[in-house]
Write a protein that binds this ligand. Structure first.
Ligand code: FMN
Length: 136
C-alpha cells in the first residue's frame, strides 16, 4: 500500500501529529507545499481550524490533487474549540472527485494558553494507533 502524509500548520501542532502518523505507517511527513507526484492509496491530510475554517492553502491543495493519483484522503488534526474539520475537507474532496475515508483523527490543540501542551504524548500515541488501524 502506498501512503503519503501531508500537513498544513501555523503553530506546529499539526506537524507533530503528522510526524507521529508518518512514523507509524513508514512514510514521510511533508508540508502541503510538497505536491503528490506518485500515485498513493492513502493520503493522510493534516489541517486545522483558523478563524472557524480551514486555511485557503489547504483548500487549494485539495483542489489541485489529481483524482487518479489519490485513492482516498484520511483527515487528521487538532483545534482549540471546534470539533473536526472533516466536513470542510470533505467538501473540497468532493469537488476534486476524491474519496474521503469516514474515519479520522481529531484532538485538542493548544492555542493562546488553552489546552496547554496539546497535542501531548497520549494524543501522539492515539494518532499513531489510528494511522496503523487505517492501513492494516
Ligand atoms: C490564527 C489562528 C486561528 C485559530 N482559530 C481557531 C478557531 O476558529 N477555532 C478553533 O477551534 N481553534 C482555532 N485555532 C486553534 C488551532 O486550531 C489549534 O491551535 C491547532 O492545534 C493549530 O494547529 P497548528 O499548530 O498545526 O497550526 C486557531 C489558531 C490560530 C493560530
Amino acid at each position: 500500500m502506498k501512503i503519503a502524509v501531508r500537513y498544513y500548520t501555523k503553530t506546529g501542532n499539526t506537524k507533530r501529529l503528522a510526524e507521529a502518523i508518518a512514523d507509524a505507517v513508514g512514510a514521510e511527513a511533508l508540508p502541503i507545499s510538497e505536491p503528490i507526484t506518485e500515485p498513493v492509496d492513502v493520503l493522510f491530510l493534516g489541517n486545522s481550524y483558523y478563524a472557524f475554517t480551514i486555511d485557503p492553502e489547504v483548500r487549494a491543495f485539495i483542489r489541485g490533487l489529481d483524482k487518479n493519483k489519490v485513492g482516498k484522503i484520511v483527515n487528521f488534526g487538532s483545534a482549540a474549540m471546534l470539533n473536526s474539520t472533516y466536513k470542510k475537507v470533505k467538501a473540497e474532496a468532493d469537488k476534486a472527485g476524491i474519496l474521503m475515508d469516514t474515519r479520522e483523527f481529531h484532538c485538542k490543540g493548544e492555542f493562546k494558553g488553552i489546552h496547554k501542551g496539546k497535542p501531548d504524548a497520549s494524543d501522539m500515541k492515539a494518532a499513531a494507533d489510528f494511522a496503523k488501524s487505517v492501513v492494516s
